[in-house]
Each structure stands twice: as structure tokens, then as C-alpha cells.
Design a protein around this ligand. Structure first.
Ligand SMILES: [Zn+2]
Ligand SMILES: [Zn+2]
Length: 346
């Protein structure tokens, strides 16, 4: 993948600025130890650490600080990045989605289809789908999937091997995401939703998801056309633009290191990365490469058009549509890419 630069990080982290278990500075150290390129913090309704000047480079790890918004009923959670002020707490979802956009921020719908059956931890789904001004959807949220599991699965396994539980984004969320992309570019991203609180389970009290464990699960792989700048405001713009432009795929590290995975389109000598648009000419083809053997699926507008077991998939394109890739290890979701759009004419 010589034309582009891959940066791997973790999104949707909570700290003691709201209901997380450790201060931002301690969490950054954990990210650095794991070799993560970037960390995206989203505490509830506060930009405290941004105002303390904690955004920027820490060795090779870049830290960005946004915040998680909710409405007065604590519904419609929304992840905002690239803004300097917290919007008024009485705003409704349409008001804050538009407010973040007006301020030039990046807005992601958090855990959109949570359906928890745990009364103590109610679900926080998204129910304001008639708004258009958001940039992306958190298609895979580790906490949501795990909490849903509590109602159904073997609890002992859930608590002793929390990451083993992750199987992939729900088909409902993927459908909403694919449908939205027929109208316009909407990014799909993952979130660990890391809080690291102690959790009471019968007589036991334990931290189910220490940050170190969380950071070895759902990861965001940005595909940039330039290396990240050492200048912090430039690097911040590069990361936000890459997310807004859908130049990313997500992976579950538990199923294997996905670094080096690529999904690109070719037309003559030209190469296009994930998130790009390309006009349908005589010789458009896709090339998928995975770093390990897996089941690779190519989808067009949500429907599987090609499936291959191995490390590569090649496909010649004859129809316009929004194409994306899913890779599985057995039944477990491993990699989910954003779309490459093939249009009749640009
Ligand atoms: Zn939330
Ligand atoms: Zn959260």
C-alpha cells in the first residue's frame, strides 16, 4: 500500500472527566504502550481536557478530545469532534446535530441501535433519523454489543473473556448505513466506549474492561494520502477530514492484526482508496488484500456480490453502486471497510 499511510487508533474513550475509570493522562500512557497512533476521547458533556491543553502529540500517539452529547432524556448520544465549546445542555438532537455542523465539527451518531434488556443499564438508541447533518454512524460499539449479550449469553464467559464476545455490527445498523450512503457519504466507524468502571456481578466487583483490554479490540484504521503532520492543528484536521471522507476501515484486533489490509479500486494507472468516488469506465476493478487468511465479502449497496476464502479478492466492476468489504474469521467479524462509490459519471 505504497500510495497511502495507515494510522491505527481507538475511538470513543471516557475518562474521569465524566464517567470513565482513569484520568486522560493515564489512558494516554496505555495507548502509547500499545503503540496506538491516535486516541479519540469523548467524555459526556465536557471538554475539560481540551481546555487544559491535553490535545496533541505524545511521542508517536496523537490525542484528540471531543465530547459525547445527549439530550435531556439522556437519549440520542452524539460524538462531536473538532469543536471548542460544549453546546447548551437543553438542546434537542436536531439542534445539536446542526450546531456541531455549523461550528465545523465532525458529528458521529453513537451506538444507534442499542436494545439492552438490563433495567439497570437502559439502552440509549438513536431515534432522530430524520436529521441529515451528521457525518457518520458508530456501526460497531463494543459496549453495546457486550451489554446486549448480558441478556442472552452465558454470563460467566461474558465476564471472563469480554472480547471473545464481539461478533460484528448488527445487520440493522449496517442496513441503515448502506441506505444512507445511497444519498450521500456517511462514515462508518467503531467505538470501544471505554469506561473501565468496576461492575458488580453477584458477589464480585471487577473491572470488566480495563482500558488495556478495550484498546485491543475495536480499532480504527485511517488511510491518509500524507503522513500525519507533527503540527498539532494540521494533524487534527487530517484525522477529522479522513473520518469525514470515509477513508477508513475498522477491525477487531482480537481476531488478528489487520494492519496492511487494503481495499482499493483501479482504473488504468489510477488507484483509489476507500472513501473515494470513481466513475464507471471500461476497466474499473477492485482489489482486496488481507494480511491473514479470512473470508472476504464484497458488497454493493448492502448485497454480497463476491465472496472469497483466502487473502485476496479481485473483482471487475460492471455496475455503479457503493461497494464495501467485510472480512470474517470463522463466524466472527474481523474487518469492515467504508465504501468506494462507483458512479456513472462524476
Ligand atoms: Zn453513549
Ligand atoms: Zn460513550
Amino acid at each position: 500500500m505504497s500510495d497511502w499511510y495507515e494510522y491505527i487508533g481507538v475511538a470513543h474513550i471516557h475518562s474521569t472527566d465524566s464517567d470513565g475509570g482513569k484520568p486522560v493522562s493515564d489512558i494516554i500512557k496505555i495507548g502509547q504502550e500499545l503503540g496506538l497512533d491516535f486516541l479519540l476521547f469523548y467524555d459526556h458533556m465536557t471538554l475539560n481536557s481540551l481546555h487544559l491543553g491535553l490535545e496533541g502529540w505524545y511521542g508517536n500517539t496523537f490525542v484528540l478530545i471531543g465530547y459525547e452529547i445527549n439530550d435531556q432524556k439522556n437519549e440520542n448520544h452524539y460524538l462531536a469532534l473538532g469543536v471548542n465549546e460544549v453546546l447548551p445542555g437543553e438542546y434537542s438532537a436536531p439542534e445539536y446535530v446542526r450546531g456541531i455542523k455549523q461550528k465545523g465539527g465532525l458529528g458521529i451518531i453513537a451506538h444507534p441501535d442499542e436494545t439492552r434488556e438490563t433495567p439497570k443499564f437502559p439502552p440509549y438508541p438513536w431515534n432522530a433519523w430524520d436529521i441529515e447533518e451528521f457525518d457518520g454512524i458508530e456501526i460497531w460499539n463494543q459496549m453495546s454489543e457486550w451489554m446486549e449479550g448480558i441478556a442472552h449469553a452465558n454470563r460467566y464467559r461474558l465476564f471472563t473473556a469480554p472480547r471473545r464476545f464481539l461478533t460484528g455490527p448488527t445487520s440493522k445498523t449496517l442496513k441503515i448505513w448502506d441506505e444512507r450512503n445511497k444519498q450521500r457519504k456517511v462514515c462508518g466507524i467503531s467505538g470501544v466506549d471505554a469506561h473501565a468502571h468496576p461492575f458488580r456481578f453477584g458477589p464480585f466487583k471487577l473491572v470488566i474492561f480495563p482500558y488495556k483490554v478495550q484498546f485491543q479490540s475495536l480499532r480504527v484504521h485511517l488511510i491518509l494520502d500524507q503522513p500525519l503532520s507533527q503540527d498539532k492543528s494540521t494533524a487534527k484536521i487530517q484525522i477529522i477530514d479522513a473520518i469525514r471522507g470515509c477513508h477508513l476501515f475498522i477491525s477487531n484486533y482480537r481476531q488478528g492484526e489487520a494492519k496492511g489490509f487494503s481495499f482499493l479500486a483501479k482504473s488504468g494507472e489510477q488507484r483509489y482508496r476507500v472513501g473515494d468516488s470513481i466513475s464507471l469506465s471500461a476497466d474499473v476493478s477492485f482489489s482486496v488484500h488481507a494480511p491473514q487468511k479470512c473470508k472476504i465479502r464484497l458488497l454493493c449497496d448492502g448485497k454480497v456480490v463476491e465472496e472469497e476464502k483466502g487473502k485476496t479478492l479481485e473483482y471487475s466492476v460492471s455496475e455503479p453502486g457503493n461497494y464495501r468489504v467485510e472480512a470474517y474469521q470463522g463466524k466472527k467479524g474481523w474487518i469492515f471497510s467504508n465504501h468506494i462509490r462507483v458512479v456513472n459519471s462524476l
